[in-house]
Design a protein around this ligand. Structure first.
Ligand code: FMN
Length: 132
């Protein structure tokens, strides 16, 4: 299995409710596809930025990530980590979603490229526990 982690900048326009609607639509499609393709992960949205972890079979992750990179709903896709995994970090989620008003410190760190991936995953798992 592979895991890819990236950050990007949202290009979804409109007010807060239009944005929420677009993301909810995006998640619905994502979860349906991911379930069929054995992909799990988490999507974090904060201050016009996305951070996503995708994990699953190598070919499926690669093909999906290609499509995601071409998606016009975001830009400036920056890969933080791409690795082989033997165990999923988000096994129970076809795509968990967390929205935060204030970007957490680990996202600021991720931007500057100093993040430790295992720590980043632990921070995301904690966020999920607190927000679900
Ligand atoms: C930030 C972001 C995350 C996304 N995550 C997923 C995902 O986990 N699974 C998925 O199937 N599509 C996801 N998408 C949507 C894909 O980019 C794409 O629209 C979808 O796979 C349909 O592809 P198609 O338009 O080429 O048919 C995401 C899009 C964005 C902007």
């Amino acid at each position: 299995m592979k895991s890819v982690t990236y950050i990007s900048t949202s290009r979804i326009g409109g007010d807060e409710s239009a944005t929420a609607e677009e993301i909810s639509h995006l998640l619905e499609g994502a979860r349906s596809f991911n379930t069929k393709s054995a992909i799990s992960g988490i999507l974090l949205f904060t201050a016009q930025r996305f951070l996503q972890v995708l994990e699953g079979p190598a070919a499926e992750v690669a093909a999906l990530f290609e499509r995601i990179q071409r998606d016009k709903r975001h830009a400036n896709v920056l890969v933080l980590d791409y690795r082989d995994i033997t165990k999923r970090n988000f096994p129970d989620w076809s795509m968990a979603y967390v929205k935060l008003d204030t970007p957490p410190q680990f996202l600021t760190q991720a931007k500057s490229g100093t993040a430790d991936h295992d720590k980043l995953v632990r921070d995301l798992q904690q966020l999920l526990l607190r927000n679900s």
